[in-house]
Design a protein around this ligand. Structure first.
Ligand code: UDP
Length: 313
């Protein structure tokens, strides 16, 4: 296959590029590098089946030659990043999705959209199945990401229904691992950085919010299977082991053998406005239609991730 991956220099886009290259495919990567980092794909530069274009896919995209698949992974994805880049976030989810769908249609390529558990907003049911419509504040600070992704899903389904395009949608739950940015503001790199530098580990609020953390390699496997499957409606890919943020802080502290103290802080800014109180994927659909479930537990994944960050603090 010859595939286009947008956001190829990002955390997930780069791991996805590695997977497609390892499977023998040709990868064309694009990224405008606002949150992506060339270090993530430095090892692929010069590979005969990899090429890279620094481009903002919210503008018209030109790709020479045939394409078999388009995977749209470009977007700021950490709350800090989308609070800092609200308009590019809205544009890449809307205009970028439209452009990449148009390209897939022109090339007769299969399309896969990277969507998110944020489409469920601050959920009123837990765990979240794909049939849940969500509880999103469209005008809150997170609305720039959540609504862009909801629009992207609607646009993708419209291309499927109206143009007959082969489309797939993955709803990605909290994912972590090597190549996350140390200072992207998310809880995993924040806590690891704080633990490794013996600074206080900053739990926002009382630590009772929950998340369910998936190691990146499980996600990449789920995405690869989804692209090749017949499932045309969204599929959750995440790890259903849910924990409180306080429990997560304790796990990071223990696995990194850190002396850091865990502190509770109450940021008075948009970082916690509309912050979902709970989040856990219902993965029954992924189990049934993809025969997929996560394989890496938190201790294994955190050990690898901490080792990666240790070399970078
Ligand atoms: N969080 C925290 N301390 C931090 C960073 C994040 O307690 O230093 C909390 C945050 O309020 C949220 C959870 O950790 O409840 C996960 O936040 P993250 O930014 O990783 O992503 P989200 O799941 O909200 O998209």
């Amino acid at each position: 296959m010859r595939v286009l991956i947008t956001g190829a220099a990002g955390f997930l886009g780069s791991h996805l590029s590695d997977r497609f290259i390892a499977e023998g495919h040709e990868v064309i990567g694009m990224d405008n590098l606002i949150t992506g980092n060339m270090d993530n794909i430095a090892h692929l530069m010069g590979h005969e089946r990899f090429s890279f274009f620094e481009q903002d896919v919210s503008n018209y995209i030109y790709v020479a030659g045939p394409l078999d698949a388009v995977l749209h992974f470009a977007s700021p994805a950490s709350p800090n990043d989308y609070l800092e880049h609200p308009i590019p976030t809205l544009k890449v989810g809307s205009l970028g999705t439209h452009n990449t769908l148009g390209l897939a249609k022109a090339k007769g390529a299969r399309y896969l959209l990277a969507s998110t558990s944020e489409v469920y907003g601050d959920p009123q049911i837990n765990p979240q199945p794909e049939t849940y419509w969500g509880h999103v504040n469209p005008i809150g600070p997170r609305g720039v990401y959540d609504e862009a992704k909801r629009f992207a899903e609607a646009m993708t389904l419209a291309y499927q229904r109206y143009h007959g395009l082969e489309t797939r949608i993955v709803r990605i739950f909290n994912t972590y691992g090597p190549r996350m940015r140390l200072h992207d503001g998310r809880v995993v790199p924040n806590f690891i950085y704080q633990a490794l530098t013996n600074q206080p580990i900053t739990v926002y609020g009382d630590g009772s919010r929950t998340r369910s953390f998936q190691y990146y390699s499980d996600l990449i496997e789920g995405i690869y299977r989804l692209l090749h499957s017949d499932e045309k409606l969204p599929v959750n890919i995440g790890n259903p082991v849910e924990m409180t943020i306080l429990e997560f802080a304790e796990a990071v502290k223990e696995i990194s053998r850190s002396e850091s103290e865990i502190v509770f802080i109450h940021p008075k800014d948009d970082r916690i406005t509309d912050d979902p109180k709970v989040r856990r994927p219902d993965i029954n659909k992924a189990r049934q239609v993809l025969g997929w479930e996560p394989k890496i537990n938190l201790a294994e994944g955190l050990t690898e991730t901490i080792a990666y960050f240790r070399g970078r603090v």
